[in-house]
Ligand binder design. Sequence first.
Ligand code: ADP
Ligand code: MG
Length: 292
Amino acid sequence: ATPSALVASVASCARLGLLIKDVSVLELAAKVNSVVFDKTGTLTKGDLAVVKLKPAEGTEPADLLKAAVIAESSSNHPAARAVIKLAGEAGVTAPADVECQEVPGRGVEAVYGGKTIRVGRRSWLEECDVDCSPIEVNPEETKGRSVVYVAEGAKVLGWIGLSDTIREQAPIAISSLNKLGVNDLNMVTGDSDSVAVKVAKEVAVNQVSSECLPHEKVEYVERLKSEGKIVTVVGDGVNDAPALAAGHVSIAMGVSGADIAVNSASVALMNNDLRRVPFFIKLAKTNQAVMM
Ligand code: ADP
Ligand code: MG
């Protein structure tokens, strides 16, 4: 494209909230034939709410919530925001002087009263020698929702069920990508298989990989690249930065100011409207056609 055509493309993207860091990305975007979406906060709103507190035997619901908020108090993870919100409403407060440590893709931990409190995925708690079997979750109780476990030392205190909602634009964006001939549509997530499969079905992506740790999301992208695919990664923030950096083209959602995800991404999507993803790829393809 002529320089002025490129400038025009960048400008029309900007008007729609797509900030392009480097124009050369348009050339790669024209060749994209595979997209990898993160789930939470990307295909879903990531606006989690606590829908169930399931204490283990001998634990009161309030104690489960208290332990959870102690560990989550300084985390910005969607699960943490949901726990903090409910605790606030219930008047359950965390002491101000606890130090919390985020373990990306796994959970969060804090030392309180000489014990380590952890909130996170089951596999991580089990790695930390917590036996979660006293509180098996059955599908009727979770109804396809995300679950995080809470433990104090080696003792499981219970689990917390969290709801999330799919972004309205997600199925539309997926169908537009298919129409553009971008048919290799993937979703990767740290969440459980049952939740992942449910969301994948609703938005109609064709491949799904669940219970991924951040480095496994990267490996997933690398595998597609090694198959010769030109890959766009769409993710939101904190835990997706490595996967974004692995994509030929990467689009960061939920961008606010000095977010880390933005630094790893070639494009920042300012308004979370997923329809801008096919728009961007289509624009790049059109641009390329003008160039030839
Ligand atoms: P996703 O791929 O769904 O965006 P993440 O990579 O952020 O998920 O986290 C993967 C899993 O690790 C979550 O589904 C959750 O079980 C657990 N997890 C991570 N951070 C936290 C946290 N702060 N509180 C509770 N659970 C967490
Ligand atoms: Mg995410």
